[in-house]
Write a protein that binds this ligand. Structure first.
Ligand SMILES: CC(C)(COP(=O)(O)OP(=O)(O)OC[C@H]1O[C@@H](n2cnc3c(N)ncnc32)[C@H](O)[C@@H]1OP(=O)(O)O)[C@@H](O)C(=O)NCCC(=O)NCCS
Length: 183
C-alpha cells in the first residue's frame, strides 16, 4: 500500500474528454488466437488495458497504474485476420483515480463489415515516481453521451466500493470460521 499523501499534479486544469481520447488498431495473427482461430480473451484484455492506459496517461500527464478492470462484455468472437480497433475515453476523474471506458470493434478485412465485439470499464490511479498517489484534473464532459458516461461512472464507483466492502466482510467471516475450526 502506498503512503497516504496526495501530491498535486503539475497542472490540475480540467480537461475535456476529447483531449485524452485514444485509439489503437491491431491485425489479429495466429499467435493471438486459440485452436478455433478466435482471438484469446487474455490478449483482448491486454489490448483493452493498453488502450485504456493511453487515455489515462494523456488525461493525468503523470504515471498511472491499473487499479481495476470490470464489466468486460465479450459480445462476439474476433477471428484470425480481423482488424480490431479499440477506442478509450476518460469517463470521469475522482481524486487520484479515473474511470476509463474502452470499446472494441472487429472489421472483416474481406467484406469491410464492422461489429462491436467488446466493452470494458477500467480504473487507473495516478502516481508519481516514488509511487505516491497524485491528484488528477477533473473531466469536462461536453456531449450528451459524455455527460451520461460521467454520471454513470459515479454509480459504478459506488457499486465497486459496496462490492469491495462486501468482499472484505466475507473474508473476515471466512477467517473467523477457519479460526473456530482450528480451536
Ligand atoms: C491501485 C493502488 C495504487 C491503490 O492504492 P491504495 O493505497 O489502496 O489507495 P487508496 O485506497 O487510498 O485509493 C486510491 C484511489 O484508488 C482507488 N482505488 C483503489 N483500489 C481500487 C479498486 N480496486 N478499484 C477501483 N478503484 C480503486 C480509490 O477509490 C482511490 O480513488 P480516489 O483517490 O479517486 O478517491 C494500489 O493498490 C496498487 O498499487 N495496486 C497495484 C497496481 C498495479 O500494479 N497494477 C497493475 C497490476 S496487473
Amino acid at each position: 500500500m502506498n503512503p497516504p499523501e496526495v501530491t498535486p499534479a503539475s497542472s490540475l486544469i480540467p480537461r475535456t474528454v476529447a483531449n485524452s481520447q485514444s485509439e489503437m488498431t491491431e491485425l489479429i495473427l495466429p499467435n493471438d488466437t486459440n485452436v478455433l482461430g478466435n482471438l484469446l480473451g487474455g490478449r483482448l484484455m491486454h489490448y483493452i488495458d493498453m488502450t485504456g492506459a493511453m487515455a489515462a496517461y494523456r488525461h493525468a500527464r503523470t504515471y498511472i497504474v491499473t487499479a481495476a478492470m470490470d464489466h468486460i462484455d465479450f459480445i462476439q468472437p474476433v477471428h484470425l485476420g480481423n482488424l480490431i480497433t479499440l477506442k478509450s475515453s476518460v469517463n470521469r476523474a475522482f481524486t487520484t483515480s479515473m474511470e476509463v471506458g474502452v470499446k472494441v470493434w472487429a472489421e472483416d478485412t474481406q467484406t469491410g463489415k464492422v461489429l462491436h465485439v467488446a466493452s470494458a470499464f477500467l480504473v487507473f490511479v495516478a502516481i508519481d515516481k516514488q509511487g505516491r498517489r497524485v491528484r488528477v484534473p477533473e473531466v469536462i464532459p461536453e456531449t450528451p453521451e459524455e455527460q451520461r458516461h460521467y454520471a454513470d461512472a459515479l454509480l459504478r464507483r459506488e457499486h465497486r466500493e459496496a462490492e469491495a466492502a462486501r468482499r472484505k466482510q466475507e473474508k473476515a467471516a471466512h477467517r473467523e470460521r477457519e479460526a473456530a475450526n482450528v480451536e
